[in-house]
Write a protein that binds this ligand. Structure first.
Ligand code: AMP
Length: 172
């Protein structure tokens, strides 16, 4: 785990002043670390009979698709508004200033489906909570959220009413 942690780069003031960005590119670029991270994200969910893994644009896609393949589930993209070509459903959520929104195809999942939501980083939790709400709005069950990195000091878990699994946790 320490090896994985050592491959996450802190980038101060990106994308704006005051944000310490957790750059996972060095980890993704290391064959052994990437494989290990995907195992650690997939293994807790192998026996859950999941139908789909939903990835949140854009870095969530990088992890969600191989996790889906490992646990023999399908992949569902959750994207920013206007990017998906088919009929969509939308959920809006609050940012520090203003609101943002996520969309999924309206036929991406159906009642009876069991879905894991995947993203790279859980920060304040607003994005992940919105993704859960979106999948639930289509009638599917969300069994949990899996992230590579959790910034626990931001308290994002409190916004989420499904189990959260994080590979690497920062407490401060
Ligand atoms: P959240 O605050 O949990 O809604 O975070 C929203 C999204 O922003 C997540 O999908 C992350 O990919 C990204 N994000 C937020 N904070 C960071 C950070 N410090 N480093 C890297 N990515 C971040």
């Amino acid at each position: 785990m320490d090896q994985l942690r050592s491959l996450i780069r802190d980038v101060p003031d990106f994308p704006e002043p005051g944000i310490m960005f957790k750059d996972i590119a060095p980890l993704l670029g290391d064959a052994h670390a990437l494989n290990r991270a995907l195992d650690l994200m997939s293994d807790p969910h192998r026996d859950q009979s999941l139908s789909h893994v939903a990835g949140i644009e854009a870095r969530g896609f990088i992890l969600a698709t191989p996790v889906a393949a490992r646990i023999e589930a399908g992949f569902v993209p959750i994207r920013k508004p206007g990017k998906l070509p088919w009929k969509t459903v939308q959920t809006t959520y609050d940012l520090e200033y203003g609101t943002d929104a996520l969309e999924a195809h309206s036929d991406a999942v159906t009642p009876g489906d069991k879905v894991l939501v995947v993203d790279d980083v859980l920060a304040t939790g607003g994005t992940a909570a919105a993704a859960v709400e979106l999948v639930q709005s289509l009638g599917a069950e969300v069994v949990g959220i899996s992230v590579l990195v959790e910034l626990a000091f931001l308290g994002g878990r409190a916004k989420i009413d499904v189990p959260v699994h994080a590979v690497i946790v920062y407490d401060g």
